[in-house]
Design a protein around this ligand. Structure first.
Ligand SMILES: [Zn+2]
Length: 255
């Protein structure tokens, strides 16, 4: 049977999400910003927590791990490069490693830039990608521990996923991201349509994620830095894509 997912808010604007394998009963939390909302989500769904798959070491993604592990004896899977900064790690993973959740299988993609060891988990059979703070809907994470070039390469790896892959990111930043994206690509009709749709979701207090990779490719300026039209819009016609990406990221930092 296909995987089931359950999305919920944590902290101020973080997302928690559970991935459930109906055949085995296994359930993974993707990151654990805090324990209480994860517990509430387990109660709502009736699922049993078997695994926590961690994308990166930031506290707003790991703050609930120790408490959840103590209560559920779940297995904690974390990026190889950041295991020392993440509590209670049982297993570390690198590029192309598999992380299993019961009968479900995720492939690990290393996506450094936001943090040096950041990873994403892709459940190809279910067309689900959990991208942490590397890619946001119509945005991307701040480049904190890496370089813009590194972040651009990480985004290209994610952009190669099939268009119908559902993208789960770590934060509800979509509307603010769209407002910024409109300053880069004011004439992008896909972006204008997304703005309308997202305004309605936000007004109804509904999450704006998951989106799909196809939607992101059409409207997310950070995935479009190699398009001549986008380079021209930021005054960098003919320049390398990584430089265009860096300029867009810098403008977002200042916005
Ligand atoms: Zn982060």
């Amino acid at each position: 049977m296909p995987a089931k997912t359950h999305l919920f808010l944590c902290l101020k604007d973080n997302y928690g999400v559970l991935v459930h394998d109906p055949d085995s009963g296994a359930t993974a939390a993707i990151d654990a910003p805090e324990a209480a909302p994860v517990e509430a989500a387990l109660k709502t769904t009736g699922w049993r927590l078997s695994d926590i798959l961690v994308t990166h070491h930031h506290h707003d993604h790991t703050g609930g791990i120790a408490e959840l592990k103590q209560r559920h004896r779940c297995r904690v899977v974390a990026p190889h490069g950041e295991a020392a900064r993440i509590p209670a790690v049982d297993e570390t993973v690198r590029e192309n490693d598999k992380a299993r959740v019961g009968g479900l299988e995720a492939r690990v993609i290393e996506t450094p830039g936001h943090t040096a060891g950041h990873i994403a988990y892709v459940f190809a059979a279910d067309k689900l990608a959990f991208v942490g703070d590397t890619l946001f809907s119509i945005g991307c994470g701040r480049v904190i521990e890496g370089t813009p070039e590194m972040m651009w390469q990480s985004l290209l790896k994610l952009r190669a996923l099939p268009d119908d892959t559902r993208i789960y990111c770590g934060h509800e930043y979509t509307l603010a991201n769209i407002r910024f994206a409109r300053t880069v690509e004011p004439d992008n009709t896909a972006l204008a349509a997304r703005e309308k749709a997202v305004e309605q979701l936000v007004a109804a207090h509904k999450p704006t994620i998951p989106s799909t990779m196809g939607e992101e490719k059409a409207a997310n300026p950070f995935l479009r830095a190699d398009l001549p039209a986008v380079a021209a819009k930021v005054g960098l016609a003919g320049k390398p894509a990584a430089q265009v990406f860096a300029e867009i990221r810098e403008r977002k930092n200042r916005s």
